[in-house]
Design a protein around this ligand. Structure first.
Ligand SMILES: CCCCCCCC/C=C\CCC/C=C/C(=O)SCCNC(=O)CCNC(=O)[C@H](O)C(C)(C)COP(=O)(O)OP(=O)(O)OC[C@H]1O[C@@H](n2cnc3c(N)ncnc32)[C@H](O)[C@@H]1OP(=O)(O)O
Ligand SMILES: Cc1cc2nc3c(=O)[nH]c(=O)nc-3n(C[C@H](O)[C@H](O)[C@H](O)COP(=O)(O)OP(=O)(O)OC[C@H]3O[C@@H](n4cnc5c(N)ncnc54)[C@H](O)[C@@H]3O)c2cc1C
Length: 664
């Protein structure tokens, strides 16, 4: 059989309706239709070509990004695309650009923190892209510690203005995407100072560049922070540096939903909690969880298709060698990642719902679910991005040597993806926020206040700290209630253990710092429980299509048992399961790998990614890997000439040195 036929053969083995699974993956038939149509539109447009971008210089890459962003905007207008279609189009263009921050942070910041009046003034201009904005929070000296920001906004009652200033080198804004070369405006986070009194960090809309000739306005120094990790990759983004020298803005450009400054310079706080100043981060963290499932599914699609094409060893009587996907080691590394992609998809959908719910409540002045929304978005952002970054690298290794080629698409995907572990909150810093929330929840147990939402399980803490796992045979691990209880017991016991250790410290902050590594592990356990439980909840829905639900059940079990195996130490040391039960889980996991094996190619086809979006020879739909790799090699600029540039200067003299030596 030719390599090109391997995937066709695999597709015949699928044990479910792939078309129906595509709809489950997309979230709805409507979302599927948009995604399918728009991804093809992007793939067929030569301006969106991206196969050459790792070869471009920084300047050329940046210009190419500007060109793509402008063309995308033109197509959005011409085709009168809806907001959802436009977002999908930008997503499939697949090149980080200033537009991500304009639509993803600048606009949400104004929507979330601006008053009605401010929204009416600024949003129409932003929606039409008459102004382009970014989110300027992080500084050279402080990123995680938002309260430590140094930029100041001093109120001048004489002129009814704020004076924005960068008092130190470390107060220079540093990192904001879109700031370096493009943004005309920014939401700038600065300390509000009135009459010498510091009221903490607030957001201000500041114009940075002239709308006529794009030059920086007086008092503003702005530029790009320089090259980042990897070729191509995130270097399409102009992450910027910005300094203010006493820049004046009108008073009404402070975002005033949370607190206000009157004409007289009086500081007023509305009923809205101060933490809403951090609201944009909650919004973006939620979107990052869905992005994790996309990045992970993309890497998994590449590694799965290639693993079915690639053959090594095991040829009998001159027959074909073994497909590497049939090695149990390959399966035990790859299939959990496939299952994780689906798990992150469903938890991302749930988080989107949670965010919509909290937003609705906030509008009605109900702030009760904000702490949980903060903990969930922070924790799930952390756990899913860390797992995805590791998984992309694992997928590269799963593709052997060819995975290291740029044309595999994996090196660039890795380089683009890994900052997700840092931006929108360093993953450890975010897990510590979850841990604080958990410790607070544990400390309130028994106070008559029942934990709700994702911590409802803590309400059964007495049972969960004493229960014995009922598994006696490997197949017992297929019961959702058994899996759920094991994860709940592990999470509850880890939190309770941390709370007990904390109570031994007379200074709780000192205790928190001392125990922070354990607290992070407890936070991870809690977040993994959320992901597993949301997958299980998804399966309680009516899911049409032949065999679709069954495949999802298998993936859910793989995800849960893979986590259990990976964190066996936690489960056993907390007594949530016994070592024997751990071994049975692993036995069941092996069986599940065999069960899902015939369907894995169809399961990655269900992502419905075009070859353009995948950007990988190893992952191409037809599986014609070898011919494409061979052809691609000849396109490399080094192969434009048979004898390389530099031969005469640097190779020939070395080769000829023996003649000189012989003459000496
Ligand atoms: C096609 C379109 C695509 C669109 C998609 C766009 C996506 C774009 C993707 C990629 C581009 C990358 C863009 C990157 C942007 C950035 O990185 S912006 C900068 C992000 N910075 C951070 O995340 C900083 C991290 N630090 C913090 O969040 C906070 O400072 C903190 C560490 C959480 C808090 O520290 P601190 O201990 O000082 O706490 P306080 O400030 O005192 O707060 C105490 C209480 O507030 C609660 N809290 C904290 N944060 C929040 C929040 N966000 N929401 C609600 N509540 C919050 C905290 O729990 C405390 O509560 P308590 O008093 O009850 O205990
Ligand atoms: C590609 C990219 C794009 C970005 N885009 C933007 C943007 O558009 N706008 C914007 O404002 N910012 C942006 N940022 C900045 C980003 O949000 C910050 O870099 C991020 O929040 C981390 O902060 P930091 O750099 O200060 O890390 P640090 O906090 O200095 O982290 C350094 C180390 O210290 C550890 N650490 C820090 N605090 C603690 C603690 N309390 N306990 C234990 N360990 C701790 C961390 O875990 C980490 O290991 C971007 C960053 C990147 C990389």
């Amino acid at each position: 059989m030719e390599a090109v036929d391997y995937l066709a053969e695999e597709r015949r083995k699928a044990e479910f309706d792939v078309e129906e699974m595509k709809i489950v993956w997309a979230g709805s038939r409507h979302a599927y239709e948009i995604s399918d149509r728009v991804s093809r539109l992007v793939a067929s447009d030569p301006v969106f070509r991206k196969d050459n971008r790792t070869m471009l210089s920084r300047k050329d890459l940046f210009k190419d990004t500007l060109r793509k962003a402008a063309h995308a905007w033109k197509r959005i207008i011409e085709l009168r695309l809806s907001e959802e279609e436009a977002k999908t189009l930008r997503f499939y263009v697949d090149q980080p650009a200033y537009t991500d921050l304009h639509w993803g942070m600048f606009i949400p910041a104004i929507k979330g923190q601006g008053t009605e009046e401010q929204q009416q003034k600024w949003l129409p201009m932003a929606y039409k892209m008459q102004i382009i904005g970014c989110y300027a929070q992080t500084e050279l000296g402080h990123g995680s510690n938002v309260q430590g920001l140094e930029t100041t906004a001093k109120f001048d009652p004489q002129t009814d203005e704020f004076v924005i200033h960068s008092p130190t080198l470390t107060s220079s804004k540093w990192w904001p995407g879109g700031l370096g070369k493009v943004s005309t405006h920014a939401v700038v986070y600065a300390r509000l100072i009135i009459d010498g009194q510091d009221h903490g960090v607030h957001g201000f809309i500041v114009q940075l560049r002239s709308l006529d000739d794009h030059s920086p306005l007086p008092g503003i120094t702005v530029g790009d922070v320089g090259m980042k990790f990897g070729s191509g990759a995130y270097n399409s983004m102009d992450n910027g540096v910005l300094r203010f020298d006493h820049v004046r803005i009108p008073r009404n450009q402070m975002l005033m939903r949370v607190s206000q400054v009157t004409r007289e310079g009086k500081y007023m706080q509305s009923d809205v909690p101060r933490q809403l100043v951090y609201g944009t981060m909650v919004y973006v963290r939620q979107t990052i969880v869905s992005d994790a499932s996309r990045a992970l599914s993309r890497a998994v699609c590449i590694a799965t298709r290639y693993s079915a094409v690639r053959r090594q060893f095991g040829s009998q009587n001159g027959g074909p060698e073994t497909q590497v996907i049939n090695y149990k080691t390959q399966q035990s590394r790859l299939f959990p990642l496939l299952a994780s992609a689906y798990a992150f998809k469903f938890v991302g959908e749930w988080l989107k719902w949670l965010y919509a719910d909290v937003t609705q409540r906030l509008e009605a002045n109900d702030f009760s679910t904000l702490p949980e929304a903060h903990a969930c978005t922070a924790g799930l952002k952390s756990v899913t991005t860390s797992a995805t970054a590791d998984a992309i690298e694992e997928c590269r290794k799963l593709c052997g040597g060819h995975g290291y080629l740029s044309s595999s698409g994996l090196p660039e995907l890795f380089a683009v993806y890994i900052p997700a572990c840092t931006y929108e909150g360093d993953n450890i810093v975010l897990l510590l926020q979850v841990a604080r929330f958990l410790m607070k929840t544990v400390s309130q147990l028994g106070s008559g206040k029942n934990p709700v939402g994702t911590t409802a399980y803590m309400g059964r803490v007495e049972h969960l700290t004493q229960c014995n796992c009922e598994v006696q045979r490997a197949e017992d691990w297929l019961k959702p209630s058994v899996i759920l209880e094991a994860f709940e017991a592990r999470a509850a016991r880890m939190s309770v253990a941390c709370a007990k250790s904390l109570s031994k410290f007379s200074n709780p902050e000192e205790g928190f710092a001392e125990l922070s590594a354990d607290l992070v592990e407890a936070a991870v356990a809690h977040c993994q429980l959320i992901i597993v439980s949301k997958f299980i909840e998804k399966l309680q829905q009516d899911i049409p299509g032949k065999g679709v639900k069954r495949q999802l059940e298998t993936l859910c079990n793989i995800y849960a048992l893979y986590l259990l195996h990976k964190h066996l130490g936690d489960f056993i040391s907390t007594g949530s399961i016994s070592p024997k039960q751990g071994a049975l889980a692993n036995e069941q996991l092996r069986l599940l790998y065999s069960q899902v094996r015939p369907s894995v190619i169809a399961l990655v086809d269900a992502f419905n990614y075009t070859d353009h979006y995948l950007g990988s020879i190893l992952g191409c739909y037809d599986g014609n890997v070898y011919q494409k790799l061979y052809d691609e090699a000849w396109k490399d600029p080094l192969n434009e000439t048979v004898v390389p540039d530099g031969y005469h200067e640097y190779i020939r003299p070395i080769l000829k040195q023996h003649i000189r030596n012989a003459r000496l």
